[in-house]
Design a protein around this ligand. Structure first.
Ligand code: GDP
Ligand code: IMO
Ligand code: MG
Length: 422
């Protein structure tokens, strides 16, 4: 029997994917990242012990094998630091890295920063981790892959071609830094030698494991609204965040995916620039930010906050074929009354529930109001332990999306998780 579950962010990232993946990892054999790099920041709270992972799949905290798929971009320096930091805390992560995953090189980080400065007021607000430039090189066929780090001659041949182009590009942006080929070659061959035993054909291992009935959990990074095609382009990341990206980014075919869980924060947040129609630039927005501790895991930037936008989540449902929803941070809405949900947008006297491809800021959200609740029981175990108002809020979301909410998270720790029984 095929036993695969994909976990996808349904908004602009930071929905609590790390918490849900950690929770589900108990029953998994492999936990697999398939896109993005260390722009992600996934927080796992094991009853007070907090781990922040950027490139290593969250499942390693539960001792599971963490796979970094071919669709990811890997900064080897960050990966090695992350492995060492976990080892210092007594966790020896078991990691496999696709030999086809692309490598974030020093010039990618420089070019990310340079492009952002160049764009000035029109910047994307990237994490400056080199993600966009690394994916650009992959598509332009100028990338370095993990397997290149295992062969000095191969890496040198690639750098001979690539470095002069990157040096010229840096000059166009006015960056003075000189790229030293020998230094880069020595450093990246050293990373390769440290990671050698982890760099394998992950697509073979995963497909074999699926055929043997092993349990595979795919851990999405970012959220559908940051998807390169379906997000708020150009204010997106550079990878395929939707569930299809999980197949491309691992080499596991679509027929092998049977569950797709969309993680949805009970309200909306966004880090970086770009449209956010339900944003609350008022006391309620500040309330969500403070109560939800909405500060970026990767860059510590304050996250912009607003009401839940179901036009966005429906977009995610369609694109990722979600079979169920995990709602997080329901506790953060406690004390707000009324609570609003955006159900449609209006533009030029017409209404729509389809997320637009451009001119997003011209659309006006239409809200439905819900009565709030004063408190949640501590560590509720059952859906029916929640106050009636909270249950009504969740039932409305289920009806709107037409898929079940199977998990409700009411706090950061593992214990604060309700699995909805039916
Ligand atoms: P990810 O990028 O989707 O993994 O999410 P992040 O880890 O960047 O951000 C989610 C934050 O919310 C983390 O600090 C989590 O510990 C925290 N969190 C997750 N679920 C809940 C919840 O139900 N309630 C509260 N209050 N915090 C939560
Ligand atoms: P997780 O996995 C929230 C945002 C950045 C910026 C845009 C492009 O923790 O949910 P990039 O560095 O990817 O080129 O930046 O995408 N962004 C995220 N926002 N959570 C993330 O990851 C993000 N990863 C990238 O803030 O707006
Ligand atoms: Mg995050």
């Amino acid at each position: 029997m095929i036993n695969t579950t994909m976990v996808i962010g349904t908004q602009w990232g930071d929905e609590g994917k790390g918490k849900i993946v950690d929770y589900l990892s108990r029953d998994a054999d492999y936990v697999v990242r398939f896109q993005g790099g260390n722009n992600a920041g996934h927080t796992i709270n094991v009853n007070g012990d907090i781990y922040k992972l950027h490139i290593i799949p969250s499942g390693v905290i539960q001792g599971k094998i963490g796979v970094i798929g071919n669709g990811c971009v890997v900064d080897p320096e960050v990966l090695i630091e992350e492995i060492n930091a976990l080892e210092e805390r007594g966790i020896k992560p078991r990691v496999l890295i696709s030999n086809r995953a692309h490598v974030i090189m020093p010039y990618h980080r420089l070019l990310d920063g340079a492009a952002e400065s160049y764009l000035g007021g029109k910047k994307i607000g990237t994490t400056k981790r080199g993600i966009g430039p690394c994916y650009s090189d992959k598509i332009a066929r100028l990338g370095i892959r993990m397997s290149d780090l295992l062969d000095r001659e191969q890496l040198k041949q690639r750098l001979d071609v690539i470095l002069p182009i990157k040096q010229s590009l840096l000059e166009v942006y006015g960056v003075k830094e000189k790229l030293n080929e020998k230094e880069i070659l020595d450093r990246y061959i050293e990373y390769g030698s440290q990671l050698r035993s982890f760099i394998v054909d992950t697509h073979i291992i995963l497909n074999q494991a699926i055929k043997e009935g092993r349990s595979i959990l795919f851990e999405g990074a970012q959220g559908v609204m940051l998807d390169i095609d379906f997000g708020t382009y150009p204010y997106t990341t550079s990878s395929h965040v939707i569930s299809g990206g999980g197949c491309i980014g691992t080499g596991v075919p679509p027929g092998f995916i049977n569950r797709v869980i969309g993680v949805m924060k009970a309200y909306t947040t966004r880090v970086g620039e770009g449209p956010l129609l339900t944003e609350l630039k008022n006391g309620i927005g500040r309330y969500l930010q403070e109560h939800g501790n909405e500060f970026g895991t990767t860059t510590s930037r304050p996250r912009r906050c607003g009401w839940l936008d179901l036009v966005v989540v429906k977009h995610a449902c369609i694109l990722s074929g979600l079979t169920e929803i995990a709602v997080t941070k329901l506790d953060v809405l406690t004390g707000l009354d009324p609570i609003k949900i955006c159900v449609r947008y209006s533009i030029g006297g017409k209404e729509t529930d389809v997320f637009p491809p451009y001119n997003v800021d011209k659309y006006v959200p239409i809200y439905k109001e819900f009565p709030g609740w004063d408190e949640l029981p501590s560590k509720p175990k059952d859906f029916n332990d929640l106050p009636r108002e909270a249950r009504d809020y969740l039932k409305f979301i289920e009806d709107y999306l037409g898929i079940p909410i199977n998990i409700v998270s009411t706090g950061p720790s593992r214990r604060e998780t309700i699995v909805v029984s039916r």
